[in-house]
Write a protein that binds this ligand. Structure first.
Ligand code: ATP
Length: 235
C-alpha cells in the first residue's frame, strides 16, 4: 500500500532522515519506534506532504506521491494525526469533526462517520457542543483522532497518540486504534510507548538518528534483548 524508498529529508542544512525505506501493507498496523529526535515525526510529516524529501520516492497505492501537496494526499486517503493534539480551540467538538470531512461531498457517508466517531468516543458525543480548547488533554486526543477518521482514510498516520495520557486512557486509545484497524483502516503508528505499540502492531521499524536501524515482526522485536534494553526499559 505504501512504499517509501530511500528518502532523505532536511531542515535547512540539517539532515533529519537518511535513506529511509519502509513499507506498509494494506490492513496492517506498523509501528515506528525510536528515541526523541530520531526522526519519527519528520517521517510522518513527509508522508502527509508537509515536508518534501530531497531524494527518494514515496509510492502509495501504486502512485508516486513524492512532493505532492498535503491536500491531494488527504484526498487520496492518507490522514495524519500530528503530535500534540492540534484541535481548533475556538471551535466546538462537532465543528472540528466537520472540518475533518471538508474534502468530502458524500453527505450520507459523512453522517455515518459522525455516528462511528461518536460510537468509538462516547465522550465526544457528550461534549459535542463544547469548545475544543476546554476539553481535557485526553479528550483532545480523541477529537484529533476522530477528526482524522472523518476524512475516511485508507491509511492513518498517528503521531504519539498516548503522549501525556493517564494509563487507563492509554489502554483505551490503543484499544480504539485496534478497532479502527479492524474496521479496515491501515495504520502507521509512531509511539514512545514501545511496549504497547509492539503489542498491537504486526511489524515495526526502529529509527535512530534519521535512519532505520532494525525492522521486523513486532513479536521478534519485542523478544530481542537489544530492543528490550534500549526501548522497553529492560522489560
Ligand atoms: P520525538 O519523539 O522527540 O517527537 P522524533 O523522532 O519525532 O522525536 P523529529 O521531530 O522527527 O523526531 O525530529 C528529528 C530531528 O529533526 C531532530 O533533531 C529535530 O531537532 C529536528 N527538527 C525537527 N523539526 C525541525 C524544524 N522545524 N527545524 C529544524 N530541525 C527540526
Amino acid at each position: 500500500m505504501l512504499k517509501v524508498d530511500q528518502i532523505d529529508v532536511y531542515y535547512g542544512n540539517i539532515q533529519a532522515l537518511k535513506e529511509v525505506s519502509l513499507e506498509v501493507n494494506e490492513g496492517e498496523i506498523v509501528t515506528l519506534i525510536g528515541a526523541n529526535g530520531a526522526g519519527k515525526s519528520t517521517l510522518l510529516k513527509t508522508l502527509s506532504g508537509l515536508l518534501k524529501p530531497k531524494k527518494g520516492t514515496i509510492q502509495y497505492l501504486g502512485d508516486t506521491i513524492t512532493g505532492k501537496q498535503a491536500q491531494s494526499i488527504v484526498k487520496a486517503g492518507i490522514s495524519h494525526v500530528p503530535e500534540g493534539r492540534r484541535v481548533f480551540a475556538n471551535m466546538t467538538v462537532e465543528e472540528n469533526l466537520e472540518l475533518g470531512a471538508f474534502l468530502r461531498k458524500d453527505s450520507k457517508g459523512i453522517r455515518e462517520d459522525f455516528d462511528r466517531v461518536y460510537e468509538l468516543f462516547p465522550r465526544l458525543l457528550e461534549r459535542r457542543k463544547q469548545l475544543s480548547g476546554t476539553l481535557s488533554g485526553g479528550e483532545q486526543q480523541m477529537l484529533a483522532m476522530g477528526r482524522a477518521i472523518m476524512a475516511r482514510p485508507k491509511l492513518l498516520l498517528l503521531d504519539e497518540p498516548s503522549m501525556g495520557l493517564a494509563p487507563l486512557l492509554v489502554k483505551t486509545i490503543f484499544r480504539i486504534i485496534e478497532e479502527i484497524n479492524h474496521a479496515g483502516t491501515t495504520i502507521l503508528l509512531v509511539e514512545q510507548n514501545a511496549h504497547m505499540a509492539l503489542s498491537i502492531a504486526s511489524r515495526a521499524y526502529v529509527i535512530e538518528t534519521g535512519s532505520v536501524m532494525v525492522s521486523g515482526p513486532a513479536k521478534e522485536l519485542q523478544a530481542s534483548e537489544e530492543i528490550k534494553k534500549a526501548y522497553l526499559g529492560g522489560l
